[in-house]
Write a protein that binds this ligand. Structure first.
Ligand code: NDP
Ligand code: ZN
Length: 351
């Protein structure tokens, strides 16, 4: 089968591989729609998780089941399914601790395009299908469904980890597709005022659809000053970091109130250390929480998030700015994600 792979650091290309053999709990699927992710860009061009050779990329897909192992109970060939970016083994100690994202070790719930061939392929294997797949609701298109693989769960995880509550003021730094879903998640959790920090006009306009009340362009001057001017110096309840550089943590610490939360979902692909100003952090006694999280996968999470689309509580169509057709267009889609033209939010490739 054909797949689009990371050949090595800074190198991508098409390769041929044997179809993977599936185990008794697994499913073999073929993609119906996939989307390239900024994470693929960090992995290939920043070497953020180290070198990988001939590893098929991609972790966002809606697919059709073509074969299931003998122990799979709830899925059958022909089913249209959402593939979460995170597909762990569910029987580990880390899962029992509540963190399936790290099943088997740090970040190892993230299998596709990390430790296992990804979804940019004619076929791919999903381990533990009953735990990792979810049926795509009938009234949700395959393009919309792909946004449930990663963009919706990641953005919402940012808002969940920040424990955004009614009436709060939230700053979202970075409003690409992930940050936009952090805005939407904060809005659904009841935030009253949401500052959206980005520069692409299309992202700024879209952030308003998802509930942003104040737009900040980081290219127009110091972000902290711009926000504090608008709050008349008052600190905010929560900051979600979904883009930018390591400096975003310094801004966040200057913006968040005592006992507030800084919730990072950005994949920190480069740089060494994050600076925490001791005074901004309340001399170490400010009860300010800093948390960073990998998105949750799992069937339950996918089913509940897809309910939001099914019943019209969340519309992901505004994210889909570039629609491509055919497996071979994956390459173009990945370069769009790398080059980030000003009119891009997210590309999607249907087969
Ligand atoms: P994008 O590149 O589309 O968006 C990044 C955002 O950050 C844009 O709004 C961009 O603004 C803004 N930005 C860029 N530079 C700066 C800066 N110096 N200061 C402030 N803001 C800046 O990325 P995605 O939305 O696709 O992904 C965001 C991150 O989430 C990535 O690191 C990705 O790898 C990660 N990710 C994490 C996951 C997880 O499980 N935690 C899962 C999936 C993705 P501009 O308008 O100028 O472009
Ligand atoms: Zn992704």
């Amino acid at each position: 089968m054909k797949g689009f792979a990371m050949l090595g650091l800074n190198k991508v290309g098409w390769i041929e591989k044997d179809k993977p053999a599936i185990g008794p709990m697994d499913a073999m699927v073929k993609p119906l729609a996939v989307s390239p992710c900024t994470s693929d860009v960090h992995t290939v061009w920043e070497g953020a998780i180290g070198d990988r050779h001939n590893l098929i990329l991609g972790h966002e897909a809606v697919a059709e089941v073509v074969e299931v192992g003998a122990l799979v109970k709830d899925f059958k060939p022909g089913d249209k399914v959402i593939i979460p970016a995170i597909t762990p083994y569910w029987e580990t100690v880390e899962c029992q601790m509540g963190y399936h994202q790290h099943s088997g070790g740090m970040l190892l719930g993230w299998q596709f395009s990390n430790v296992r061939d990804g979804v940019f392929s004619e076929y791919f294997q999903v381990i533990q299908a009953d735990g990792n797949l979810a049926l795509l609701p009938e009234n949700v298109s395959v393009e919309e469904g792909v946004m449930l693989s990663d963009m919706v769960p990641t953005g919402f995880h940012g808002a969940d980890n920040a424990e955004v509550a009614y009436g709060e003021t939230v700053v979202v730094i970075g409003i690409g597709p992930v940050g936009l879903m952090a805005v939407a998640g904060s809005n659904l959790r009841g935030a009253a005022r949401i500052f959206a920090v980005g520069s692409r006009e299309i992202c700024q306009n879209t952030s308003k659809l998802y509930g942003a009340t104040d737009l900040i362009n980081y290219k127009n001057g110091d972000v902290v000053t711009q926000i504090k001017d608008l709050t008349k110096g008052k600190l905010v309840d929560k900051v979600i970091i979904a883009g930018g550089t390591l400096e975003a943590f310094e801004w966040a610490l200057k913006l968040v109130r005592p006992a507030g939360t800084i919730s990072n979902i950005n994949y920190l692909g480069s740089g060494e250390y994050i600076k925490l100003n001791r005074i901004d952090w309340g001399l170490g006694m400010g009860h300010i929480k800093i948390i960073g999280g990998l998105m949750p996968g799992g069937r339950k999470n996918m089913e509940y998030l897809s309910n939001l689309l099914k019943y019209g509580k969340l519309d992901v169509k505004p994210l889909l700015t570039h629609r491509l057709k055919g497996l071979s267009e994956i390459e173009k889609g990945l370069y769009l994600m790398k080059d980030k033209p000003r009119d891009l939010i997210k590309p999607v490739v249907t087969m």
